[in-house]
Design a protein around this ligand. Structure first.
Ligand code: PMP
Length: 392
């Protein structure tokens, strides 16, 4: 290829699909045309070819390395789809695992702390699954913006409960767990399932504490189209379809049946291998830039800088999320009037600071500062915020 495409450094704060490192995209665009100089692109090869298998295995190995995944107990796999397909497949697969262990149709528990965990809870109910609310963040003030103290959570019976589910970072509401909600698991007796779609690989986590982790790729680690799953191997045993039918447990569609997908090394059906490859390029980029620890430190510094700057002007900016649970990824705020909000967005756009409009369901402003948005870019936003505050 004679030409390498490039671009001015973007100052883009969109919530997802979101920014990716330019060198990753340059490599991906080259590989889309000719992978390993084979004269054929990575999106054109069979998902069962040796090259595709290498991509899947290398991506898994890099995830194991970055997150220190205990491979004796946990397994990594990929599936087509998005966070939403995770809602149903997590619920039906984990119910089946529980039935295998206990012979029972289990209950489930949901920590609802924002609109994505709410959607997942509603999906479980829609499927006829017995879903209990462990906590409901909307009860605090009629809006999501805090996480109730664990002492107020509903405690579930480990003998009856297949899993407890939560969303580690609520993308729309800007609420993030600073510690996993182990208090809801009856000392680890109940499996913990988590949606990390909007903060996956933004910080270190102890994978051994989880029954299941899933994350849509398109915010922090790649482009849309795949979901990364990490599952405890002991949860891959499921009863037969007949047994599940007898227990009235919803049958998981085969393409989302975790044991089948794992048995086929994520290629039971056509996995979008280009999308997995982009994920792998992001992982390599992360490793070459100091790994998760360096990334976590930078993310913390970015978020602190931005929140501190907004806090300097309380008459102009309102931060609706309780300070202890403010997201390091999605910084949400409102201005003191609709007019000032519009002016803020217009003037920001004139400075090429884009993607700042809040989610349509909550309005306001949202600055998403995922891994690919570096400190320098956040500094530009902060300089704009302070200049704006001085002028209105
Ligand atoms: N979970 C979280 C935390 C999200 O931010 C989103 C939105 N991207 C989803 C789930 C749903 O993802 P998708 O649109 O890929 O189904």
């Amino acid at each position: 290829m004679s030409e390498v495409y490039t671009r001015d450094k973007p100052t883009y704060f969109g919530a997802g699909p979101a920014l990716l490192p330019t060198p990753v995209l340059q490599q991906a665009s080259k590989d889309l045309i000719s992978y390993l100089n084979n004269g054929i692109g990575v999106g054109e090869i069979s998902h069962r070819s040796a090259d595709a298998l290498n991509i899947i295995n290398s991506t898994k190995e890099n995830l194991v390395k970055i997150l220190d995944i205990p491979t004796d107990t946990h397994e990594v796999f990929f599936l087509q789809g998005g966070g939403t397909s995770g809602f149903s497949s997590v619920a039906t697969n984990l119910l089946a695992s529980f039935a295998k262990k206990t012979g029972k149709k289990g209950k489930t528990g949901y920590l609802v702390t924002g609109s994505w965990s709410k959607k997942s809870y509603e999906e479980a109910q829609r499927l006829g699954i017995d879903a209990e609310l462990v906590t409901n963040g909307i009860n605090n003030s009629g809006k999501f913006g805090d996480i109730d103290a664990p002492s107020n959570w509903k405690q579930l019976d480990p003998k009856e409960t297949a899993f407890v589910y939560y969303c580690d970072n609520e993308t729309v509401n800007g609420v993030e767990f600073k510690n996993p909600p182990y208090e809801a698991t009856a000392n680890g007796e109940i499996e913990l399932a988590a949606d990390f779609s909007s903060n996956f690989l933004s910080k270190k986590i102890d994978v051994s504490k989880y029954g299941l982790i899933f994350a849509g790729a398109q915010k922090n680690v790649g482009i849309a189209g795949i979901v990364i799953y990490i599952i405890k191997k002991s949860l891959l045993d499921q009863p037969t379809t007949e047994e599940l039918r007898k227990l009235e447990i919803p049958i998981t569609p085969i393409a989302f049946h975790f044991p089948t997908v794992v048995k086929n090394n994520s290629a039971y059906n056509t996995i979008p291998i280009f999308t997995v490859h982009v994920l792998n390029l992001v992982l390599e980029h992360l490793i070459n830039n100091g790994g998760l620890e360096a990334q976590e430190n930078e993310n913390e510094a970015k978020a602190q800088l931005l929140y501190k700057s907004l806090e300097k002007f309380p008459q102009l900016f309102n931060l609706p999320v309780a300070s202890a649970v403010r997201s390091n990824m999605n910084v949400v705020f409102t201005l003191n009037s609709k007019e000032n909000e519009t002016k803020f967005l217009e003037e920001a756009a004139a400075q090429k600071l884009n993607g700042l409009k809040g989610h349509r369901s909550v309005g306001g402003i949202r600055a998403s500062i995922y891994n690919a948005v570096d400190l320098e870019t956040v500094e530009k936003l902060v300089a704009f915020i302070e200049k704006f505050a001085g002028e209105v």
